[in-house]
Ligand binder design. Structure first.
Ligand code: C2E
Ligand code: MG
Ligand code: MG
Ligand code: MG
Length: 280
């Protein structure tokens, strides 16, 4: 990785200062340039684990190393890209990079499902959806290798997003609902969407174990996810106590700092190799 920054060194932008139109515009221009220049954006990968500790997949997380500001958080620049109308350009960059990564790993004998985050604005963008379907077909990925994570927000029309999600799922993309329970996803929507994975937001884990009410809610949410036929994954596992509780409560997939933090692709490849060699 050409950016020797430690994870965690993310600068939180002062959004109040950014309310200033001028600086918003400047940052948006800089992001546009970053998409073109190709040396400021990169992906980190956070492993997803099953009960045996095996890495079953990895989530690609976008990083922007701004020449002056340093590392800017996606929580800041993704909304900016959405507001500025350049999110689908950014998403194309992510899809292309993720596909390259899948092929690089394949060449090294590593098969790992990758998941990428899409914006709901991508889903209502017919041009983007067409491009995504065509591009991935050209790439001849194996079925199921690229998973799409969607956070339901009020930004987009639910009917249009449902249509796009159906198209993508028919084309063989596994779908994951991200940040479940905190977005706009209603239970009725959950019943009609064809997700294979539901990522339960880390908010629900904050007081677990320890608070009865939170524990009961999380138990119920895990069962609710299963009732839809999807597999629940709990995000934001930060402690061994949380992991133990989840294991006792029938949860089978996990992601969080206690397991692994997001890491550069080379580190992940080494890790997967090391785990494989211990197993055989
Ligand atoms: P997300 O998709 O829910 O991704 C998980 C976020 O939680 C990541 O933050 C990850 O580093 C963080 N995380 C993982 N485990 C833990 C934990 O145990 N504790 C805590 N406190 N945090 C944990 P990150 O990378 O800063 O990304 C933030 C959000 O930005 C993502 O949330 C996603 O919504 C968005 N994002 C990131 N990359 C992309 C992208 O390529 N495209 C789009 N559209 N959005 C992206
Ligand atoms: Mg995600
Ligand atoms: Mg999210
Ligand atoms: Mg999430």
């Amino acid at each position: 990785c050409s950016h020797p920054l430690v994870p965690g060194q993310v600068r939180q932008l002062d959004l109040k200062a950014l309310a200033n139109q001028d600086s918003q515009q400047r940052l948006l221009d800089a992001l546009r340039k970053a998409i073109q220049s190709d040396d400021q954006l990169y992906l980190e990968y956070q492993p997803q684990c099953d009960v045996s500790g095996r890495i079953i997949a990895a989530e690609a997380l976008l990083r922007w190393h701004h020449p002056e500001l340093g590392l800017v958080s996606p929580a800041d620049f993704i909304p900016l890209a959405e507001q500025g109308g350049i999110i689908s350009q950014l998403s194309r960059w992510v899809v292309q990079r993720a596909c390259e990564q899948i092929r690089e790993w394949q060449a090294q004998g590593i098969t790992l499902r990758l998941s990428i985050n899409l914006s709901v604005l991508d889903l209502v963008d017919d041009l983007f959806i067409r491009w995504l379907l065509d591009y991935c077909q050209q790439q001849q990925l194996n079925q199921g290798q690229l998973e799409l994570e969607i956070t339901e927000t009020a930004l987009a029309d639910p009917e249009q997003t449902s249509k796009a999600l159906k198209q993508l799922s028919d084309a063989g993309f596994p779908l994951a609902i991200d940040d479940f329970g905190t977005g706009q996803s209603s239970l009725a929507r959950l019943n009609s969407l064809d997700a294979s994975l539901i990522k339960i937001d880390r908010d629900f884990l904050k007081e677990v174990p320890g608070r009865d009410r939170s524990e009961n809610m999380l138990k119920a949410i895990i069962e609710l996810c299963r009732a839809t036929g999807a597999e629940p994954l709990v995000e934001g596992v930060e402690t061994q106590q949380q992991l133990d509780w989840l294991l006792q409560h029938n949860c089978r997939l996990f992601q969080g700092f206690h397991l692994y933090k997001p890491m550069p692709p080379r580190t992940l490849a080494l890790l997967v190799r090391e785990l494989d060699s211990k197993r055989s």
